[in-house]
Design a protein around this ligand. Structure first.
Ligand code: 3PG
Length: 392
């Protein structure tokens, strides 16, 4: 794969696919801007090398039917301007703005509206890919966090732009994972959690041959506990993946992977207005209650399992860590992993955010901007967003 440094961007219209899918609170305040910060070296390189124009393309969330207020990239514009120390022009309709993007006026930075508002993005539609290719001379994929998606702006476009290269963040991430995975120091522990159950759970069976321990917490574990016959009551879990969870547990057995599930949980009668919060054994979630964090016994169990590992990959929080009362499990686990003498990688926007808030950032070997993407790398897959550049 060619890196950005190997081509000349001077006077060229550069389109950079970034991953600005950042966590935000209910008022659209960005709670962790790591993904934006990590894209700056690539953007600044193009500015410093006098690109004709720089067009940034990203998605935000998962809009279902075109435009939705909560997913507009306008929420990102101000923070980007502040970090870049430069004006960023917002483009609602990139086709209508083609002439503007093509008019060479050095250092102009454009931010396109959420590319997932286009129906063709997730379908990897050739028309959309061509239209994007049409507004650039150089395509840079720096969206490591989205590179496991075969979408028009992460994959399809490369077919139509001869100069398609990897950005600095992409190169840095791939190198860090190669270091951990090419000659891994075993035992390897994979710690998974978080609420993106459907997209992660299906990957777990395929990573079995690569790992020695699988530690499952957060909303993800509710689906597994349910597979073991526990009634998780009002907790977040995905009924349709209970079968997949059972299969994951069987595959773990076949591959000799030891699985660790929560033995206790913090439960609450209400997430927004908790009145009754207590710790119970995992099998005893009270009627109508939500499991929102791992309990102290689980933390001890997980910490001991982690301590004896030489490579630890963590993806997904252990509970609703955004709410202080339910954040202990995630933060304490961050400290437990940070204390280990192991190669430690944390992946995914929320998890990286939690590690930072726990004050453990400097105790991890590598903090990745990719969640799902890092799991697919662990599986041994070549990410589509990287593979399309290799073909070039
Ligand atoms: C992520 O947050 O993992 C990436 O931005 C990809 O988002 P997606 O899971 O909605 O495709």
């Amino acid at each position: 794969v060619k890196s950005l440094k190997e081509i000349d961007v001077t006077g060229k219209r550069v389109l950079i696919r970034v991953d600005f899918n950042v966590p935000m609170d209910n008022h659209f305040n960005i709670s962790d801007d790591r993904r934006i910060k990590e894209a700056l070296p690539t953007i600044n390189y193009c500015i410093d090398h006098n690109a004709c124009s720089i067009t940034l393309v990203s998605h935000l969330g998962n809009p279902k039917n075109g435009y939705e207020d909560s997913f507009t990239l306008r929420h990102i514009q101000k923070r980007l301007e502040r970090l870049l120390e430069k004006k960023v022009e917002f483009i609602d309709d990139f086709e209508a703005s083609k002439a503007e993007i093509s008019t060479c006026s050095l250092e102009r930075v454009f931010l396109l509206e959420n590319i997932r508002f286009h129906d063709g993005e997730k379908k990897n539609d050739a028309e959309l890919s061509k239209k994007l290719a049409d507004i650039c001379d150089v395509y840079v994929n720096d969206a490591f966090g989205t590179s496991h998606r075969k979408h028009a702006s992460t994959y399809g476009i490369a077919k139509y732009v001869e100069n398609s290269v990897a950005g600095f963040l992409m190169m840095k991430e791939i190198a860090a994972f190669n270091k951990a995975l090419e000659k891994p120091i075993r035992p390897i522990a994979l710690v998974v959690g978080g609420a993106k159950i459907s997209s992660k759970i299906t990957l777990l069976s395929s990573v079995m041959p690569k790992i020695d321990k699988l530690i499952i917490g957060g909303a993800m574990s509710n689906t597994f506990l349910s597979a073991q016959g526990y009634d998780m009551q009002a907790s977040l879990f995905e009924e349709e993946f209970v079968k997949t969870a059972k299969k994951v547990l069987e595959d773990a057995k076949v591959n000799g992977v030891k699985v660790y599930l929560p033995v206790d949980a913090v439960i609450t009668d209400s997430i927004e207005h908790p009145v009754d919060v207590r710790v119970v054994p995992s099998q005893d979630v009270l009627e109508g209650f939500h499991a929102v964090d791992i309990g102290p016994a689980t933390l001890k169990l997980f910490s001991e399992a982690i301590e004896l590992s030489n490579t630890i990959i963590w993806n997904g929080p252990m509970g609703i860590y955004e709410i202080e009362r339910f954040s202990k499990g995630t933060y304490k686990l961050a400290s437990a992993i940070g204390d280990c003498y192991a190669y430690t990688i944390v992946g995914g926007g929320d998890t990286a955010d939690a590690v930072e808030k726990a004050g453990e950032k400097d105790n991890f070997s590598f903090i990745s901007t990719g969640g799902g993407a890092s799991l697919e790398l662990l599986e041994g897959k070549i990410l589509p967003g990287f593979e399309c550049l290799q073909r070039r």
